[in-house]
Design a protein around this ligand. Structure first.
Ligand SMILES: C[S@@+](CC[C@H](N)C(=O)[O-])C[C@H]1O[C@@H](n2cnc3c(N)ncnc32)[C@H](O)[C@@H]1O
Ligand code: SF4
Length: 370
């Protein structure tokens, strides 16, 4: 048996946020029906009794925007056709504007045990400027409702660098989330993606962007703030209370096998990458003959280093050696310098970036790549 994680992409949203260029959009019920029929076919097509499923992640888009019967059907199929570990982490991404009691009850019935809620900010002006359709009150209500229905493994997504956000505004969001007893916070730097309405507004000077240096300062202060409240940073953007780290994401960063189902999803299985089309109409007509891409040894090594160093676990030196890269001898001089100057440390057979040096992570990575 091989350990495999499953990712399901739900490309539907109730409205499109001004900053987002994810593969997601607003579609009618007829198309949604076709989509779920297709994704269930894809799940069946790939079923293999040798797969031991360690986690399932239902992301998007906004999975909570669709009728929960579709989510239950997908989960039922996975449970019937694959061997799902009884301790598997099963996450669903949700939006405060569409999370209801009925859906939460269904998610529990479907064995979902982790929720991720797109909060972004608890400041109504910030929410408005990025085109979110919910308020601070709705976001907080979504958290308490989820807790009422027995979900205690809850992540909230937060954005750093929203126009109109100063450090005080950002800190009060984080403070309120800690008070609400969420167990995980993902704090992402807002990326101004090309051709999004927000980027166009910035370019035409209708809104003012928060400058990058300020964002880095905010981020560093948030790391300290969360640390004092027992939220440990285990990856650049991810903070968790003890034992609430997201197993699925850790799997990605450690280059574990995963199967992705749905439009635009990727899979990584035994060293090979598979891609689905990002066009929903094309996906609906596809016959699951995937575009394959066998990673070269060098690509595997690079990926292992780049993903691993983003986490507090670092990169396992022996595993890297097995991939064909003896980093200790190949980068001896660089490692000696980096250790001496407090950028990295060697701990339990792993190369780990020192806690206060994540700000220069990219430069450290460049020094260690083959
Ligand atoms: C699929 S969405 C989460 C669920 C739901 N769709 C929502 O937004 O409420 C995943 C996360 O990606 C992040 N995201 C999307 N576009 C981004 C961007 N341009 N820059 C940084 N983070 C972004 C947001 O924090 C969002 O919560
Ligand atoms: S951020 Fe979430 S809700 Fe907004 S458009 Fe992107 S996927 Fe949809």
């Amino acid at each position: 048996m091989i350990d495999v994680m499953i990712y399901i992409h739900i490309p539907f949203c109730d409205s499109k946020c001004l900053y987002c260029n994810f593969v997601s959009g607003i579609y009618d019920e007829y198309l949604k029906k076709q989509y779920f029929k297709k994704i269930n076919e894809e799940i069946k097509f790939n079923a293999n009794i040798d797969y031991h499923i360690t986690s399932i992640y239902i992301g998007g888009g906004t999975p909570s925007s669709v009728d929960s019967k579709y989510i239950l059907e997908i989960l039922k199929n996975i449970f019937e056709l694959y061997y799902v570990d009884k301790n598997a982490e099963i996450t669903i991404e949700t939006n405060p504007a569409s999370l209801t009691s009925d859906k939460l009850l269904d998610y529990k019935r479907g064995k979902i045990n982790r929720l991720s809620i797109g909060v972004q900010s608890l400041n109504n002006k910030c929410l408005k400027v990025i085109g979110r359709k919910h308020t601070k009150k709705m976001a907080l209500k979504a958290i308490t409702l989820a807790q009422k229905y027995g979900f205690h493994n809850i992540n909230t997504d937060v954005l750093i660098g929203i126009p109109k956000q100063n450090f005080f505004v950002l800190k009060s969001t984080i403070k309120r989330l800690v008070k609400a007893k969420v167990t995980h916070i993902s704090a992402y730097m807002l990326i101004n993606e090309p051709n999004t309405p927000l980027t166009n507004m910035i370019e035409s000077q209708k809104v003012k962007v928060v400058d990058e240096d300020k964002c880095v300062k905010y981020y560093n202060k948030i790391v300290m703030f969360l640390k004092k409240r027992d939220f440990k940073r285990y990856e650049v953007s991810n903070f968790a209370k003890n034992n609430y780290e997201c197993k699925h994401n850790i799997g990605y960063w450690q280059c574990e096998n995963y199967l992705g189902f749905g439009v635009s999803s990727h899979s990584y299985l035994l060293g090979e990458r598979y891609y689905n089309t990002s066009n929903i109409k094309e996906y609906l007509q596809s016959d699951f003959v995937y575009n394959k891409n066998k990673l070269s040894v060098n690509e595997k090594i690079e990926e292992f280093i780049m993903l691993g160093l983003r986490t507090k676990y670092g990169i396992n030196i022996e595993k890297l050696k097995k991939l064909g890269y003896d980093v200790l001898s190949r980068k001896k001089q660089e490692i000696v310098m980096l250790v001496k100057n407090g950028f990295i440390k060697i701990s339990n057979g792993c190369l780990v970036v020192c806690e206060d040096k994540f700000g220069v992570l990219n430069q450290i990575i460049l020094k260690l790549l083959p």
